[in-house]
Design a protein around this ligand. Sequence first.
Ligand code: ZN
Length: 84
Amino acid sequence: MTPLVLPAIAAALLVTLGYAMVCAASPFGTCRKCTGLGFALKHDRRGNPKRGKTCRRCKGHGKRIRLGRHLFNLAHRTWRAGTR
Ligand SMILES: [Zn+2]
């Protein structure tokens, strides 16, 4: 075994743990498509900002559930269904 394997595993674990903590602290992230606006920003002919179509990815909420939280929700639902 190369001596670099253990620190690499430790680093990966730390990143995973940190991400899990971020997911626990704030399960929702800002929508990357509309940057939290909830709609596409358009401009009219004069260049004034105008409200475009409602964002399809977040359905106008401007927030999106984090992947980690989504996975946790799926696992939690499965666990609840099994223990009931
Ligand atoms: Zn959006």
